[in-house]
Design a protein around this ligand. Structure first.
Ligand code: HEM
Ligand SMILES: *[C@@H]1O[C@H](CO)[C@@H](O)[C@H](O)[C@H]1NC(C)=O
Ligand SMILES: *[C@@H]1O[C@H](CO)[C@@H](O)[C@H](O)[C@H]1NC(C)=O
Ligand SMILES: *[C@@H]1O[C@H](CO)[C@@H](O)[C@H](O)[C@H]1NC(C)=O
Length: 331
């Protein structure tokens, strides 16, 4: 009973937020609508969902991989699937060479299932957006929510150096995180809400070792830091290896997308400076506390913010192309 009531509240919230958001989304990307493929490829979303679910069932860490790919795609040249392009002789320095991400093969698997039902119809940018939405639903306790589509064109440009301008660094201070997000049309609320994605998935020690050595960052819980130090050796002593830990070491399920992230921030049990920085202003700290106290409300906010992120600088009109393979531009 309590669960049903709670889920209904989330559904209502998601619907309300999606409505409130529609004006903003249309500013970000005039072409995005719910169910863009309902006549051109009615099976598109179900096929993505089906394959995404199967992939996550087989490897529960993959939801986080899809989620992060979508973030990195949208934050560099907009949501245009530029992150997915392999290096080629004409363009050896693509985005994906700048930062290691997981899930490229899995996206190709989803794409080939979609191509099998509707050749040349569904953009890779939309496939990534659907897969990220489905990851939230499968890896969280989210009710399903609409992800607007119609990112009609996949980009043909992918540049290594664009990544360092677009993607925020995990050692950034709050004001820099806020301005990084503002450059994409996202506000401090979106920053706090979307950071909840760090409730699942993995991270390499090199991204937070500076908080463990030579001395422990005083904003980190000492017990938590001591445990991390047993996994992450001091920089320069790991023989070139870079161990991986779960973003959420506190929860019993490190593959669950949930508001546990905010409890972890309040407890000083998050990995990155950028995560902990959310407590450094009253405004963002209040948002952290309210998300920690209300998991259902956070889910509604996260769904709406993910939709908003999915509208960043989408390509329309005659820019780009619908790729046949997500990892290469059409020949
Ligand atoms: C606020 C600024 C952000 C910073 C500085 C940041 C930084 C990072 C870093 C350094 C990692 C570890 C990667 C690795 O070692 O392989 C990571 C992982 C991750 N990030 Fe973020 N991130 C940010 C925002 C976001 C957003 C907005 C999302 C999605 C909505 C997101 C989703 C994820 C996920 C799911 C992982 C785990 C990836 C995996 O399991 O492979 N991050 N992030
Ligand atoms: C989903 O996958 C199952 C098998 O894995 C298949 O039988 C079914 O037709 C698929 N549905 C869609 C909509 O792709
Ligand atoms: C740090 O976490 C441990 C348990 O993991 C807890 O016992 C301790 O009270 C925390 N320290 C602070 C200062 O909150
Ligand atoms: C933040 O909140 C604290 C305590 O509630 C207050 O003393 C402080 O003035 C606030 N800071 C700002 C910048 O509003």
């Amino acid at each position: 009973m309590a669960v049903a009531t709670c889920n209904l509240a989330v559904v209502l919230l998601v619907v309300l937020m999606a409505t409130a958001l529609s004006t903003e989304t249309s500013m970000a990307g005039p072409s995005l609508v719910n169910g863009f493929y309902s006549s051109s490829c009615p099976q598109a979303e179900a096929t993505v969902r089906n394959v995404t679910e199967a992939i996550i069932r087989k490897d529960p860490t993959m939801g986080a991989a899809f989620m992060r790919l979508f973030f990195h795609d949208c934050f560099v040249r907009g949501c245009d699937a530029s992150i997915l392009l392999d290096p080629s002789s004409s363009n050896p320095s693509v985005e994906k060479k700048a930062i290691a991400l997981r899930g490229y093969d899995a996206v190709n698997t989803i794409k080939s299932a979609v191509e099998a039902v509707c050749p040349g119809t569904v953009s890779c940018a939309d496939i990534l957006a659907f897969a990220a939405r489905d990851s939230a639903v499968v890896s969280g306790t989210f009710p399903t929510f609409a992800m607007p589509s119609g990112r009609r064109r996949d980009g043909v440009v992918s540049r290594f150096f664009d990544v360092f301008q677009g993607i925020p660094s995990p050692v950034m201070q709050l004001k820099d995180l806020v301005s990084n997000f503002a450059a994409k049309g996202l506000n401090a609320d979106d920053l706090v809400t979307l950071s909840g994605a760090h409730s699942f998935g993995q991270a390499h020690c090199s991204f937070f070792n500076g908080r463990l050595y030579p001395t422990v960052d005083p904003t980190m819980n000492a017990t938590y830091a001591a445990a991390l130090r047993t996994v992450c050796p001091p920089p320069g002593t790991d023989g070139g290896g870079d161990p991986v830990v779960s973003n959420n070491r506190v929860s019993s399920d490190p593959n669950a997308l949930s508001s546990r992230f905010y409890d972890n921030v309040l407890a000083g049990k998050v990995l990155f400076v950028s995560d902990q920085q959310l407590l450094s202003s009253n405004d963002t700290a209040d948002k952290v506390a309210s998300n920690a106290g209300d998991p259902a409300a956070w889910m509604g906010r996260f769904a709406a913010a993910l939709v908003k992120m999915g509208g960043i600088q989408v390509l329309t009109g005659t820019n780009g192309q619908v790729r046949k393979y997500c990892n290469a531009i059409n020949s």
